[in-house]
Design a protein around this ligand. Structure first.
Ligand code: NAD
Length: 475
């Protein structure tokens, strides 16, 4: 049984009523799973009015009350993780264990914000006149419009919802139309946890129509988007035109630096597993592999060996390690990257072709001998292809790693403290992993620099985008 799909506006789950609908399909079988109702303009206006009305009372709730609801959301998410995970595997494709783990680990975002909202402190500034008292307080910014993608449907939505709600804001969230089940399930969690009507609203439709309508509305005071760089730039420009705050979590093209002195085979195994996670459709996926000369052959052999052993299949089948890509358009993108690599003399060491008659399955690929200006080395692949190239010196690899407009995650493998320090200082990235993978936890900031975005989610930075500063002076 697939999730019952609906809009969620002013505390009500809504569908039917002659609204336009869109099919949601299973990327493993191409079968239709359900019909997703699109929000009409009236629905959007109702969501705006509900969010505005709810803000007037929600902003006055105590952090303790908000905290209580968020803790309940986390508890319910853990209870329902298997069911929500199964639905996510059906519409998104990732292996069931990955889907269930996403629900369980991301319930921590609700808990982190439940804890952190009780520490939204202001400060007292010493006055020039002893009779004056001066304070700084931080207040919720208002109604937020959020747009989340299809690769981590639960993760991306709950990060934004929990941060806005904990800060005392209300939110209208447009989830991913390709993979909606986990977002509807998330709305049900908040509903069942006792969130008042209008504080959280979920809408679906044509993304550009919804984002334009919401961002242009004077009711919305903050925009938060996770998705591709081109769309992020459009939405940030629209937010800027209406002088609204914006948080942008955009694409990356994460460099991996493997030095001669690293545990090369261990690094190859770890990176292969990380590369195929969610079929490579991850903004922090390792995507450009630079391996130092002496380690190169050993790395490529082991990495390709592990990648070629990955079991690709339906995410609901036991033993599947990598599911299908989310949509036909991602398969076409993989083929475009490989065509370009072939034309530029690239060598496909393993994988690189569609698998099976049905479903969007693709054999994960390793490509060597391609130039730095190829599409694979300059555009985010967002799929299971790994280009591997050689480097000689630290200075050279830093220059090449920093040469793109992206700056999200980066990965370094070395046993030298000196090298680790030099590259973590020198990499233009929002997140640096050295000899392990450790980003995207609730208590750590997640975000990029350059074209990869503006602002961070998670960590103590999490409320920066949802609060405004007010200075009060009194005598
Ligand atoms: P896309 O650019 O068409 O869409 C990306 C996301 O943005 C989707 O969720 C889509 O619904 C949404 N979107 C598109 N236009 C929008 C608009 N005008 N207003 C609001 N939302 C809008 O690309 P795609 O094929 O779906 O995904 C592939 C690309 O998206 C990748 O290259 C990757 O860079 C990026 N992406 C990034 C993340 C991330 O976590 N940063 C997640 C998913 C996709």
């Amino acid at each position: 049984m697939y999730q019952d799909l609906a809009l969620y506006i002013d505390g009500e789950f809504i569908k039917g009523g002659g609204r336009r609908e869109q099919d949601v399909t299973n990327p493993a079988t191409q079968e239709v799973l359900g019909k997703l109702p699109h929000a009409s303009r009236d629905d959007l206006d109702r969501a705006l009015a509900a969010a505005q009305r709810a803000f007037e009372s929600w902003k006055k709730t105590s952090p303790l009350e908000r905290s209580r609801i968020l803790r309940k959301v986390a508890e319910l998410a853990r209870e329902r993780a298997k069911e929500i995970g199964e639905n996510m595997t059906l519409d998104q494709g990732k292996p069931l264990a990955e889907a269930v783990a996403e629900i369980v680990t991301c319930s921590e975002h609700a808990e982190w914000h439940a804890e952190e909202c009780r520490r939204i402190y202001g400060r007292v500034i010493p006055p020039r006149n002893p009779a004056v008292r001066q304070f700084v307080v931080r207040e919720p910014v208002g109604v937020c419009a959020a747009f989340t993608p299809w690769n981590f449907p639960f993760n991306q939505a709950i990060r934004k919802a929990a941060a806005a709600i904990a800060a005392g804001c209300t939110i209208i969230l447009k989830g991913p139309e390709d993979t909606p089940s986990a977002v509807v399930a998330m709305a049900q969690l908040f509903h069942d946890a006792g969130l008042p009507p209008g504080v959280l609203n979920i809408v679906w439709g044509v993304p550009s129509e919804i984002s334009t309508h919401l961002i242009e509305s004077p009711i919305v005071r903050k925009v938060s988007f996770t998705g591709s760089v081109p769309v992020g730039k459009q939405l940030a420009a629209l937010a800027g035109a209406h002088m609204k705050r914006a948080t942008m979590e955009l694409g990356g093209h994460s460099p991996v630096l493997v030095f001669d002195d690293a545990e090369v085979e261990q690094a190859a195994d770890m990176l292969a597993r990380m590369k195929i996670r969610n079929a490579g459709q991850v903004c922090i996926s390792p995507t450009r592999f630079y391996v130092q000369e002496k380690a190169y052959d050993k790395f490529v052999a082991r990495f390709a060996d592990t990648i070629s052993s990955i079991k690709v299949g339906d995410g609901l089948t036991k033993g599947t390690e990598m599911g299908p890509l989310v949509h036909e358009r991602r398969l076409l993108a993989m083929e475009m990257f490989l065509d370009d690599a072939n034309q530029r003399g690239g060598r496909v060491v393993t994988g690189g072709s569609r698998l099976g008659e049905k479903g969007f399955f693709f054999a994960p690929a390793v490509v060597t001998d391609i130039p730095d200006d190829s599409k694979l080395m300059t555009e985010e692949p967002f799929g299971p292809i790994a280009p591997v190239t050689r480097f000689k010196t630290t200075e050279e690899v830093l220059k090449r790693a920093n040469s793109l407009p992206f700056g999200l995650a980066s990965y370094v493998f070395t046993n030298s403290l000196k090298t680790a320090t030099a590259v973590s200082n020198g990499l233009e990235a929002g997140m640096v992993n050295i000899n392990h993978f450790g980003v995207a936890l609730a208590e750590t900031p997640f975000g990029g620099v350059k074209d990869s975005g503006i602002g961070s989610e998670g960590g103590t930075e999490t409320f920066d985008g949802y609060l405004v500063t007010k200075f009060i002076t009194q005598i």
